[in-house]
Design a protein around this ligand. Structure first.
Ligand SMILES: Cc1cc2nc3c(=O)[nH]c(=O)nc-3n(C[C@H](O)[C@H](O)[C@H](O)COP(=O)(O)O)c2cc1C
Length: 204
């Protein structure tokens, strides 16, 4: 099958993308608004981009219900600061709670029974229940397209990292069986990392 995405409607293209780009890590993004209200929401269009400086990216899609701009994007563009928390199996259900489309002044920490912990380098709090939190400042935001299906790619520079004490092994690698992150698939499907195989790097 050969597909020209221009012949599909936006929803069909979205379904292909989220079905094929899998599994996606989940950035659980905490932000604050001008008044200091907390906001928390999951974003699976997420990845690491560089390590000097350390950079992370998320993509925030257009939301008709929010006049285009989701609360997370509004807060990041206003304050220039955000925290990306990692979602573990233990916090999967709470993460899902925080994806509810609620008004901007609703604190999703309280909604999902989570604990905001003070960050060290930025104003928005981290999620105390998360094993890892990356405190970021906004580097750039890139709007791509307009209307439904469009998105804003946000690039953040990591200013501080919270890492739960038991996660690192003696060689400085994160132990995946302690982190227990979950991944997003299409629709309501998620995955655990429970089938790992080794393949030594090729060095030519
Ligand atoms: C696991 C998961 C991943 C999600 N990933 C994204 C994403 O990458 N981009 C996006 O715009 N929305 C994503 N969403 C939807 C947002 O979390 C949802 O629109 C949320 O209400 C936004 O909240 P906010 O307005 O407080 O930012 C995701 C939802 C879930 C449950």
């Amino acid at each position: 099958m050969e597909i020209n995405p221009q012949t599909l409607d936006q929803r069909e293209v979205y379904k292909l993308l989220i079905g094929c780009v899998v599994p996606r890590p989940i950035a659980w993004v905490s932000t604050s608004d001008e008044a200091g209200n907390y906001n928390l929401a999951p974003y699976s269009f997420f990845n690491a981009a560089g390590s000097n400086p350390p950079t992370l990216t998320i993509a925030i899609n257009y939301s008709a219900a929010k006049s285009g701009r989701k609360d997370t994007l509004h807060n990041i563009l206003t304050l220039g600061e955000f925290v990306i928390n990692i979602v573990s199996e233990e916090t999967a259900a709470a993460m899902n709670e925080t994806s509810a489309d609620v008004p901007a002044d609703v604190d999703e920490f309280a909604l999902a029974g989570l604990t905001p912990a003070p960050s060290r380098a930025v104003r928005p709090p981290r999620v105390a229940e998360s094993p890892v939190s990356f405190e970021c400042t906004l580097h750039t935001s890139v709007p791509v397209g307009e209307g439904p299906g469009s998105s804003t790619i946000v690039i953040g520079i990591v200013r501080h990292i919270y890492l739960r004490d038991d996660l690192l092994n003696e060689r400085g690698y994160v132990q995946i069986d302690r982190l227990r992150p979950i991944g997003r698939l299409a629709g309501s499907a998620y995955c655990r990392i429970s089938d790992i195989f080794d393949m030594p790097n090729r060095r030519s």
